[in-house]
Design a protein around this ligand. Structure first.
Ligand code: CA
Ligand code: CA
Ligand code: CA
Length: 345
């Protein structure tokens, strides 16, 4: 703004200078040799000369003033020119810097990964993302199926204690016991009760053979043929109907690796207490089905899926004289014992 004002002042001063010029002298009369000069004509010529001389005198004064103004303006302009030169130099440097930045930005734009805009149809997965944001698809793998397969084939629920994911296909089956028996331990004679009751019975002062106190486990056998060998069992609960409860027996489930036994011929050595506790204890309720939820992680159930014979016992841990009797396997429809197994594929 300041520079523009100074330029305007300079232009005005030039205009003032150029308009203050004098006219050209023209004398009104011309005298010839041998003729008489008339005084009025001579005076007229002098008057013309006087007018122009006066005019020039005025112009000289105003020119002197203008010259002073112009000198000042030239000085101001010289300062501005110097400032402008410095600014031009700075701008030139900035332009050079910008050129370098533009060059590096162009390189970065060329090398950049574009926003991913490519898509794959349902059932496919992205294999490669291209620089321009397009994608290369391939036939998708159903990871959820893989994970369920992992649970089934490696039995990780048992080995790692991991729960089967909800999205795995899980089914529940109620499998009724095919055999039942009650056997006293550790009587080497094997005091065996081959009737249709499943005993969870302790009598510390009783005699279950050769003077041995009574510690009777009632066993149940289940046929697991209907469950695939590769299945992963996620929950398992025994339901047993209590027909007698004396005192407050604390009944737990235990496991035996005995297989394919029948009530009429089974011996104590056929049914060892291989795993003495695969559930917490429950005090049974009389004249009702009692649920005994099994802790899946306590046993590798895959061997029973392969041998198809699962043997689980009901045992009383209360060392006082207490007991509970449950319905045996003879009549499944009459409150028979069964196991509810949930497994996943
Ligand atoms: Ca078995
Ligand atoms: Ca099987
Ligand atoms: Ca016992």
């Amino acid at each position: 703004m300041k520079i523009l004002l100074q330029k305007a002042i300079g232009i005005v001063s030039i205009i003032i200078t150029s308009t203050a010029f004098s006219g050209e002298l023209t004398t009104p009369n011309t005298f010839s040799s041998g003729t008489k000069a008339v005084a009025s004509e001579v005076n007229a010529n002098f008057t013309a000369v006087e007018t122009e001389v006066d005019d020039n005198a005025g112009n000289i004064t105003s020119n002197a003033t203008n010259i002073g103004i112009n000198v000042n303006n030239i000085s101001i302009s010289a300062g501005n020119i110097s400032t402008n030169s410095a600014n031009i130099s700075i701008n030139t440097d900035n332009i050079d810097t910008n050129d370098v930045n533009i060059s590096s930005n162009s390189a970065a734009i060329t090398a950049k990964q574009n926003r991913v805009t490519g898509t794959c149809v349902a059932g496919q997965t992205i294999r490669t993302i291209n620089d321009d944001g397009s994608v290369i698809c391939e036939a998708g793998l159903d990871r959820s199926e893989d994970i369920c397969l992992l649970f089934n084939t490696l039995n990780v629920q048992y080995s790692l204690g991991l729960a089967v994911p909800d999205y795995c296909t899980c089914v529940s089956e109620n499998i009724y016991a095919t055999e039942s028996i009650s056997i006293s331990y550790p009587d080497v004679a094997g005091n065996i009760y081959r009737d249709n009751l499943v005993r969870a019975y302790n009598h510390p002062t009783g005699d279950c053979g050769s003077g041995t106190p009574c510690d009777i486990t009632g066993w149940l056998e289940f046929d697991l043929t209907s469950i695939p060998d590769s299945a992963s069992i996620s929950t398992m609960t025994i339901y047993a109907y209590a027909t007698t409860v004396f005192g407050a027996p604390t009944v737990r489930v235990q496991y035996s690796n005995g297989n394919n036994w029948v009530r009429d011929s089974v011996t104590q050595s056929d049914l060892p207490r291989t795993n003495v506790q695969v559930s917490n204890t429950v005090v049974p309720i009389f004249d009702a089905y009692n649920a005994f939820p099994i802790t899946i992680s306590t046993q590798d159930w895959s061997e029973d899926l392969i041998d198809n014979s699962l043997t689980l016992g009901l045992d009383n841990t209360n060392l006082e004289y207490t007991y509970s009797y449950f319905t045996g396997s003879d009549n499944p429809d009459s409150n028979g014992p069964y196991v509810e197994i949930t497994y996943c594929n």
